[in-house]
Design a protein around this ligand. Structure first.
Ligand code: AGP
Length: 615
């Protein structure tokens, strides 16, 4: 949710800290700050509400000099996004500073206790208690040992954290630790680095070390990284993550924004995922780590996810039920965690999460594991918590997704779901090898069809004008494309702040139709499929009430063209179950054009963060 960085070494710290924070800004951008240890041995902090760009300007004039420092970009949980609540937070002496991602659940009780003991607090954050707890430990039992001081402080904490801590008395050291929030470190000739994820480190290292819960790492200016566990024992073989993509993959590369770049990367992402998948098991998916017999015995599946990934889950449910004939429940992770679950000895749980760090989804996965279910993850981020904690992981290999609004991960996760459904269908005998191959070849055609849609970007650009001066929109679709409607509406509201609601088209008459009035925008997904005519009837009902209908329809559909104000055309898709992979691309572009026409930052919509690591 928040981004954490740190560097100690030979180079000036501030430039890399600022660059690192800019890379991590997708995690939160309410406020930002850095704290550097100056050559005179004091902390020099610069922090402000707003974006990293504002922090950069502040640093230009404040000029924090030093070769050791920590930084933070914030998604506010406790306390408004103000200068004083921005991290880093310091102790009473101003010689200890911390940055933190996560939530300290018992901070109020700790704060009361610390204040009663004479500590003075400057912010409303939960994080500040950490600085004061380290202060007490440093002044007492842990004097001279920053690792011991932070360990001592963490013993008092409840909740989740990734923490980086510096102390001006040991001016070249950074101590970091984590519990339920990701943190990676690396050692280079120029110094040692820490970050919330690999992205900022891709420009300085080809591999990083993944800290486990309750590991502590001491980073020294000569580049050394010493990792110990909670008991103080050396961690001999920390998990290594190889960064297998170029740092340029996380740069704009000529595009005006990451969302545009990521929308355009969808065909290649799916092609990567499909490479070498056909084989003797129908679809080869060693990632499942399950035998054919185990797969064949699955009698119930829970798919658990949030947001856009939940929409993938809905499609996956349709695919698995249709092809593999296994009953599937698709659940919002945040709801699932407090509901009753029916786990049989052959229940499988599939979690879908781009970031692999979504707290609700991880909690659900742990719950399912605890009840004896096998957990399979579909994720994008290598070495993420979802991948590490699951029994098997299918990486969608979409490359870094930076824009907060998920696009390429959505379609790649959907393609992964198609593969999973085919694998299960073949394993339990619901589908013959020939049929699996046929479906696979239909999927193979999808990247080409997406390229055709991308080439028609002028259509959504023009259609975006229909939303000028509008405050609300209704998205309708049937069957698998009711999900396309949900995703289209989510994209629009997420980045354009226009209220958008989505319904299965047939449900409209049971309530949402009351919204319709002359000029009200309705987006109808009406491809050439088995429910086409029914959806056309719903379009007619909308038009009869004065709605302005924008359709997503298949090339050559004259009837829809005549009825609707405008049409976003998609090429014919052989299998109607795969239409969502193609149709959604128009809606992603539409949302982006509407948001840009409103002068909004499409990559960093207000109040949101890419990785939601709090429940
Ligand atoms: C997508 O556009 C959203 N920003 C959001 O709904 C996202 O899909 C959700 O938070 C789940 O994230 P995950 O896939 O990383 O778990």
């Amino acid at each position: 949710m928040c981004g954490v960085v740190g560097y100690t070494g030979k180079k000036p710290a501030a430039p890399w800290l600022l660059d690192g924070l800019a890379t991590l800004e997708y995690r939160g951008y309410d406020s930002a700050g850095i704290q550097v240890i100056s050559p005179s041995g004091n902390l020099h902090g610069v922090k402000c509400a707003g974006r990293v760009a504002t922090l950069r300007e502040r640093c230009d004039s404040a000029n924090p000099v030093g070769t050791c420092g920590i930084g933070h970009t914030r998604w506010a949980t406790h306390g408004a996004p103000t200068d004083k609540n921005a991290h880093p937070h310091t102790d009473c002496s101003g010689r200890i500073a911390v940055v933190h991602n996560g939530i300290i659940e018992n901070f109020q009780e700790l704060k009361r206790e610390l204040m009663a003991a004479g500590h003075t607090f400057k912010s409303e954050t939960d994080t500040e208690v950490i600085a004061h707890l380290v202060e007490d430990a440093w002044a007492g039992p842990a004097k001279g040992d920053l690792v011991a001081a932070l360990r001592n402080a963490c013993d008092r904490l409840e909740g989740a954290w990734a923490i980086a801590c510096v102390c001006a008395d040991v001016p070249n050291q950074i101590v970091v630790t984590r519990k339920s929030s990701p943190l990676v470190v690396c050692s280079t000739d120029e110094g040692a680095y820490v970050a919330s994820d690999v992205m900022p480190l891709a420009s300085v290292a080809s591999s990083v070390l993944q800290l486990q819960d309750n590991d502590f790492a001491l980073l020294s200016e000569d580049g050394r990284v010493e990792i110990t566990n909670r008991e103080g024992e050396k961690v001999e073989h920390p998990e290594t993550i190889t960064i297998d993509w170029d740092a340029s993959a996380a740069t704009l590369g000529g595009y005006s924004d990451f969302m545009a770049k990521e929308i355009s990367e969808q065909p290649e992402a799916i092609e990567r995922l499909l490479t070498n998948r056909l084989g003797e098991h129908g679809i080869e998916m060693d990632e499942l780590s399950m035998s054919k017999e185990e797969l064949a015995s699955i009698d119930r599946i829970y798919i658990i996810a949030c947001g856009t990934s939940y929409h993938v889950g809905l499609i996956a449910k349709s695919l698995i039920e249709k092809w593999a004939k296994i009953p599937v429940s698709c659940e919002y992770a945040s709801e699932f965690n407090y509901s009753d679950v029916l786990v049989t000895p052959h229940t499988m749980c599939v979690i879908i999460t781009q970031s692999g760090e979504t707290a609700d989804t991880l909690t659900a996965a742990r719950r399912m594991k605890g009840m004896g279910s096998t957990v399979f993850a579909i994720t994008n981020v290598l070495g993420s918590s979802a991948a590490r904690e699951s029994d098997g992981t299918l990486y969608i290999q979409a490359g870094p997704e930076v824009a907060v609004a998920s696009t390429k991960a959505y379609t790649a996760q959907m393609a992964a779901s198609v593969l999973l459904a085919l694998r299960l269908a073949f394993a339990n005998g619901s589908m013959s090898r020939e049929e699996v191959e046929r479906r696979y070849h239909e999927l193979e055609a999808i990247p080409g069809l997406i390229r055709e849609v991308l080439a028609r970007r002028w259509q959504p650009r023009q259609a975006a004008k229909l939303f000028r001066d509008k405050h609300s929109a209704l998205f309708l679709g049937r069957g698998v494309n009711s999900t396309t409607a949900y995703e289209g509406a989510l994209k629009l509201k997420e980045i354009s702040y226009l209220h958008a609601e989505a319904y299965p088209a047939g449900e409209m008459k049971h309530g949402p139709i009351a919204l319709l009035e002359p000029g009200f925008p309705v987006v109808a997904i009406v491809p050439a499929d088995s429910v086409h005519d029914k959806t056309v009837s719903n379009i007619q009902e909308s038009i009869a009430r004065g709605a302005v209908v924008l359709a997503v329809a298949t090339d050559g559909d004259e009837a829809v063209a005549k009825l609707c104000q405008d049409v976003l055309w998609i090429p014919p898709v052989e299998n109607e179950m795969l239409v969502p992979l193609v149709a959604v691309v128009h809606l992603q572009m539409l949302a982006r054009f509407v948001a840009r026409a409103r002068g909004l930052d499409v990559d960093k919509p207000r109040n949101l963060a890419k990785s939601v690591t709090v429940e």
